[in-house]
Design a protein around this ligand. Structure first.
Ligand code: 5GP
Ligand code: ZN
Length: 113
């Protein structure tokens, strides 16, 4: 855990969030500013900065993140969803604890720019 990390504090239940799933590897909670009817953030419990660090340092947790994303989509939007990892400030990353955005619940355009 990193003392000054917002998502570590959410994972530790020190800051409130609407948690939809958690287990030994991951925590998933609703985004505070949803961009779609379903917008859930899936994070590893390990404090890693991005998805590549998760793969290198906590591969079991990254695999669990994928399973959790699918489970949330199965529960909330018919199993169909987009999973987004903004990586770096220029790509829109604002929190530097790895998180996959699970987006769904409506038709999604393909315009990532
Ligand atoms: P990023 O921009 O790093 O890809 O995504 C960070 C996400 O975290 C944003 O979509 C933002 O709305 C969300 N977020 C920021 N602060 C909080 C918070 O305190 N609680 C929750 N639930 N989401 C947050
Ligand atoms: Zn963290």
């Amino acid at each position: 855990m990193s003392d000054d990390c917002l998502f570590c504090k959410i994972a530790a239940h020190e800051i409130p969030a609407e948690i939809v799933l958690e287990n030994d590897h991951v925590v998933a909670f609703r985004d505070i500013a949803p961009k779609a009817p379903v917008h859930v953030l899936v994070i590893p419990r390990a404090h890693v900065a991005n998805v590549a660090e998760a793969a290198a340092q906590a591969p079991d947790q990254l695999a669990a993140m994928a399973a959790a994303a699918q489970q949330i989509a199965d529960d909330e939007c018919g199993g169909q969803f987009r999973w987004i990892f903004n990586t770096g400030e220029r790509a829109g990353q604002s929190v530097f604890h790895a998180h996959g955005h699970v987006i769904g619940g409506r038709d999604l355009d393909w315009n990532p720019a």
